[in-house]
Design a protein around this ligand. Structure first.
Ligand SMILES: C[S@@+](CC[C@H](N)C(=O)[O-])C[C@H]1O[C@@H](n2cnc3c(N)ncnc32)[C@H](O)[C@@H]1O
Length: 202
């Protein structure tokens, strides 16, 4: 694991409880509802950077969807296991996704991609495409302006990196996705760039 990923892992292990207790749990319910509406019956989804399992994994499990969540942080994964016992949680770095091709009906990754160096985002999008089944749905968000650096977050050093919306959109398209919708949205007082994509049947 490289130094940046270690910094993010260590940071979330220290702040997981604080982050989780201050999480606004319903700020993106509309997007989760939209994601669910696009999935097939008996869907199995992957939540990348799942954190404490709330709101995303819990919301999806309550809709009858099978959820696998991955995260770097053991502390987050422990919380997730307690919060959503019927989901599966695995320690895994999204830079090294290790699932078979065509495993999932949907992938959601929210408030997480911006902790990974932006030069890795394209490889991650390509891997998302590979592990989705044909017809699979992608829902991601990312920051709204190109930037990279380290700043204090809940009192610990944290790494942030993202391209602006135009580049992120192009990379998602180049990875093979057809775009369902994309927009900068304000949720809970924060702006993020949201993309819904689809791996077309083939
Ligand atoms: C801001 S939290 C968001 C958690 C959750 N998605 C939510 O909406 O509450 C970011 C999460 O991404 C995880 N994360 C950061 N980099 C990661 C990586 N390379 N692979 C897997 N998880 C990562 C962190 O450990 C943390 O739990």
């Amino acid at each position: 694991m490289d130094a940046i990923t270690k910094l993010v892992e260590k940071g979330y292990n220290r702040i997981a409880e604080d982050y989780y207790s201050l999480r606004n749990l319903s700020k993106f319910n509309n997007e989760l509802e939209e994601f669910v509406s696009l999935l097939p019956e008996n869907a199995h989804i992957l939540d990348v950077g799942c954190g404490a399992g709330i709101p995303t994994a819990k919301f999806l499990i309550e809709k009858g969807i099978k959820v696998t969540g991955i995260d770097l942080s053991d502390t987050m994964l422990n919380l997730a296991g307690k919060n959503v016992p019927s989901a599966e949680f695995i320690k895994m770095d999204m830079n090294e996704l290790n699932f078979n091709e065509k495993t999932f009906d949907g992938i959601v990754s929210v408030y997480a991609l911006f902790h990974v160096p932006k030069e890795n985002h394209f490889e991650i999008f390509k891997k998302f495409f590979e592990v989705l089944k044909p017809g699979g749905i992608l829902m991601i968000n990312n920051g709204v302006s190109e930037s990279e650096g380290t700043s204090r977050f809940f009192g610990v050093p944290m790494f942030w990196s993202n391209f602006g919306p135009k580049t992120t959109l192009n990379l998602v398209k180049e990875a093979g996705f057809s775009i369902i919708s994309e927009a900068v949205l304000e949720r809970g007082g924060e702006y993020q760039y949201w993309i819904f994509g689809k791996k077309l049947e083939s």
